[in-house]
Design a protein. Structure first.
Length: 206
């Protein structure tokens, strides 16, 4: 799945480049104050290709590798080469939509910064869950559960963590990226709703 691999390669290259040039790292981060008051709209995209450290980068890219490849395959299978276009819309529009709540919430705070592909990756992940809800997702290669259960827990966790703001993780981006992935999938493939519930109803643990 070439498109997924290109997105991964761009993220790795951009992150390593930014780590070695601190001025670029800060220039490319999502800073809502700069986006609104200085009209630096490019930050919405550039921030989605840079990461805080290797752990942050590897976690996002592994998730994108598995679920991005899956969704790219699904879209191409359903829509031919147009499916690649749909996949790119899912990724980049997911990146944009996921940042909107943070831009609004922190538009008056010049010290707030955010970075990472988590919003876009969450959109891809939840699109994959909608199309394949019973496929298992494993946390730390140990705790495995069907995708629809993981998805429900993920949304609940992101919602309450975003309200608490007790850490430096942009949980709002995770939440809204995930919700966009669901909405977008339903928009281009309404029948995915009935397929989603049919797969769950026919699912057995053993």
């Amino acid at each position: 799945m070439m498109t997924t691999y290109i997105l991964i390669a761009l993220s790795v290259i951009a992150s390593i480049y930014a780590w070695n040039r601190t001025e670029k790292l800060y220039k490319w981060m999502l800073n809502p104050y700069a986006v609104i008051h200085r009209r630096q709209y490019y930050r919405i995209i550039t921030s989605g290709f840079i990461h805080n450290d290797w752990v942050h980068l590897i976690f996002n890219m592994i998730t994108l590798y598995f679920f991005g490849s899956n969704m790219e395959y699904v879209f191409v299978y359903l829509y031919g080469t147009t499916g690649i276009f749909y996949f790119l819309i899912l990724y980049f529009l997911g990146m944009f939509i996921a940042d909107i709540p943070s831009i609004i919430k922190h538009r008056g705070n010049p010290n707030y910064n955010s970075l990472g592909a988590s919003g876009a990756v969450s959109a891809v992940l939840f699109a994959s869950i909608l199309f394949n809800p019973t496929n298992k997702i494993c946390l730390y290669l140990a705790l495995c559960m069907p995708g629809y259960i993981f998805g429900a827990l993920y949304i609940i966790y992101s919602y309450y963590s975003g309200r608490r703001m007790a850490d430096n993780i942009n949980h709002d981006a995770h939440l809204y990226g995930a919700l966009f992935g669901i909405v977008f999938s339903i928009f281009i493939r309404p029948s995915v709703i009935s397929s989603f519930f049919e797969q769950i109803l026919n699912y057995t643990i053993f």
